[in-house]
Structure formats: C-alpha cells, structure tokens
Design a protein around this ligand. Structure first.
Ligand SMILES: CC(C)(COP(=O)(O)OP(=O)(O)OC[C@H]1O[C@@H](n2cnc3c(N)ncnc32)[C@H](O)[C@@H]1OP(=O)(O)O)[C@@H](O)C(=O)NCCC(=O)NCCS
Length: 329
C-alpha cells in the first residue's frame, strides 16, 4: 500500500531568548509562578523585522537537505500558522518563491495549534492518492507579534519558531492513521477578535487591544486534558496499535501539567514522551513540528519506531497521527 512517510525534518528558532526573569520586568508575574503553573522557563522571540515566512524558510531548507530533495522537486507546500505574514497572499506562497520551489502548489492551513498535524494529514492524502510525490508541511509562528505584553495570563505562555517535514511515498510504514476533530462551540476560549471580516481593523479595535491573543485558560486546560487522551487512543485504534506499541509520544507543548496528565492517562513512562516546553514555550502550530525534528535529531526517534503525535488548539481543534517511522523509501 502506498503511504506517506517523513523523509526530512527541520526546525528554525530565532536567536533571541526571553526568560521568565525578563517577563518579571514587564508584567506582574514571577519565575516561580510560571514554572509551577506551566513548566516554561524561557522562549524564543523573533525580532521586529522577522516574519513568520522567514522562520518557515529556514526550517524548510533544513528539512529539504535532510530529505536530499531539491526545492524544484516539491509538488506542494502547506504552511500551518495563526500568524501569517499577511491575511493574503498565503505565507506558503512567500515560502514557495523564496526557496525556489518553482513546481509547487502552495496554500496555508489554519487549525490553531493542531495545524501542523492537520497539515500532515492533508499532505498524506495527496501522496496516498498518487497525485503528488513530494510534499512539504511547515508549522511556523511569530506569536510574539500578536501577544499582549500587558496581559500576564497569556504573554508568559507563547514563543516563536518553525518546524518542517518532507513527506514522500513508501510501501512500508509511514503514516498509519490520523484522528482529526473540532468543537467550534469553544471558539471563544482562544481567539484574536479583530482584523477579520467580523470586526475589521479600525482605530477603535487598535485602541481596544483587539488584535491580540485572548484566552480563557481553564476551559482550554480541561479540553486539552480530555482531548489528548481521547485523540491518542482513537488514532491508535485506527492504526491497530495500543499504547504498549508506542516508542515516543510527541504532544503539543502548551503546559507540562497537560502533558503529564496525558502521559499518566496513556500509561506511558517519562522517557516515552518528548518535552521541550521549558526551553521554547508554546509555539502553536510549530510546536509538534519543532519537537519532532529535535527528537529525531537527538536520536529519540529511529527507523521502525512507532511515534504518536497529538495536538489541540484554537477552534477548538484536535489532531493525532500514528507513524511507523521509515525514512528509507
Ligand atoms: C493559563 C494557565 C497556565 C493558568 O493556570 P491556572 O492554574 O489555570 O491559573 P488560573 O487561570 O486559575 O489563575 C490563577 C491565578 O493566577 C493568576 N495568574 C495568571 N497568570 C499569571 C502569571 N503569569 N503570573 C502570576 N499570576 C498569574 C490569575 O490572575 C489568577 O489569580 P486570581 O486567583 O487572583 O484571579 C492554565 O489554565 C493553562 O495552561 N491553560 C491552558 C492554556 C493553553 O494550553 N493554551 C494554549 C492552547 S493551544
């Protein structure tokens, strides 16, 4: 059976590090509170002149190099982001031009922090159907650009970065199953109010600070804990696997308490779960992409391993993927 598999992976992080101590100087918070309630110690922040596409391009080049693929060989580029360079054109088109992927279709996909895993599922369909051979999926964010640096409820949580994966066809292993879902009744738990057709940008929306991330932390927390377990078990079921078969869980990096709860509910050991949240914070749709690239780079993923990706985010949305890792196509 023709399936999609990951043959290249890459990440890119802005060099500027913002610590919890730095945040103590900006809002009424403490390093102790942030670490205890979220697990986060630091995050990367892009500078003023850096757009989401700039991070996406560097992550993409790394992924293409690992896959030993020329940009011209790409058939499709999907960028998952909630912080596109502009409302339109798609950030994927900017990436397509700047990396020289002259034969690729390109579009953006928005599913909050679940976006990268949604993107993998979309890219996989094009490969399984035989329509395309080489697909690039990118999760990239500059959340710092839509962060209200006076809101301690949100500004301590997020960071910037990008991750990318090259998908190609294989007849052994690869993506075994996906589980995607949404519950739009939770749309008001995590959103940016203005700048779209419902509330176009105006002097008033700027004055009212409606171009920033707004979040109700508690409902999102509860949703995350419930969803991480359910989506994980559902995708394993579809792949005819159990949690015993899993070598590594790569969860969306939002809060170590959420990750710990998922780990316990799935009865996994600590070393079976990849966590980089303390170093990078929540990078939204880049989070699973970056964590996956790091885990592969650090030897935490090897050919033949069963890897489980699971994410949740604004929408509300969730997405999980079961992969039998196989780079040898
Ligand atoms: C945001 C989150 C860390 C808050 O943790 P919490 O334990 O739920 O804390 P609460 O919201 O109950 O707030 C407790 C208190 O801490 C305060 N607080 C919030 N942020 C704070 C900060 N940065 N520093 C110090 N105190 C803070 C609150 O104001 C509140 O004070 P009050 O009791 O006087 O009103 C947690 O709800 C969470 O992680 N939610 C999920 C968020 C998420 O994953 N978002 C991304 C989805 S992709």
């Amino acid at each position: 059976m023709r399936r999609a598999t990951i043959t290249g992976w890459g990440k890119y992080l802005p060099s500027n590090v913002m610590t919890n101590k730095d945040l103590e100087k900006i809002v009424d918070t403490t390093d102790e509170w942030i670490q205890k309630r979220t697990g986060i110690k630091k995050r990367r922040i892009a500078d003023e002149d850096t757009a989401t596409s700039d991070l996406a391009i560097e992550a993409s080049k790394n992924a293409l190099e690992k896959a030993n693929l020329d940009p011209e060989e790409l058939d499709l580029i999907i960028v998952s982001t909630v912080t596109p360079d502009m409302a339109f054109p798609a950030t994927a088109c900017i990436v397509q031009d700047k990396i020289g992927a002259s034969n690729a279709a390109a579009f953006d996909l928005e599913a909050g922090c679940s976006g990268f895993v949604y993107g993998l599922s979309v890219g996989s369909q094009f490969i399984e159907s035989g329509l395309y051979d080489n697909v690039l999926i990118i999760g990239a964010e500059t959340l710092s650009k839509i962060t209200d640096w006076e809101d301690r409820n949100t500004c301590v949580l997020f960071g910037d970065g990008a991750g990318a994966a090259v998908l190609q066809a294989t007849d052994k292993g690869g993506f075994l199953a996906f589980d995607l879902g949404s519950d739009g009744s939770g749309a008001d738990a995590l959103y940016m109010e203005a700048g779209g057709s419902a509330k176009p940008a105006s002097l008033e929306t700027v004055k009212n600070k409606q171009h920033y991330i707004r979040m109700e932390g508690n409902p999102v927390f509860k949703f995350a804990v419930k969803t991480m377990k359910k989506a994980s078990l559902d995708v394993l079921d579809k792949a005819s696997l159990t949690t015993d078969d899993i070598n590594l869980l790569i969860p969306h990096q939002a809060n170590t308490r959420i990750i710990k709860s998922a780990r316990r509910r799935l009865k996994l050991d600590e070393d079976e779960v990849y966590v980089n949240l303390p170093e990078l914070g929540n990078t939204s749709s880049a989070s699973v992409a970056i964590a996956m690239a790091e885990a592969r780079e650090n030897g935490k993923i090897n050919n033949g391993d069963n890897v489980l990706l699971v994410a949740f985010g604004a929408g509300l949305t969730w997405a999980a993927a079961a992969i039998e890792w196989n780079e040898n196509i």
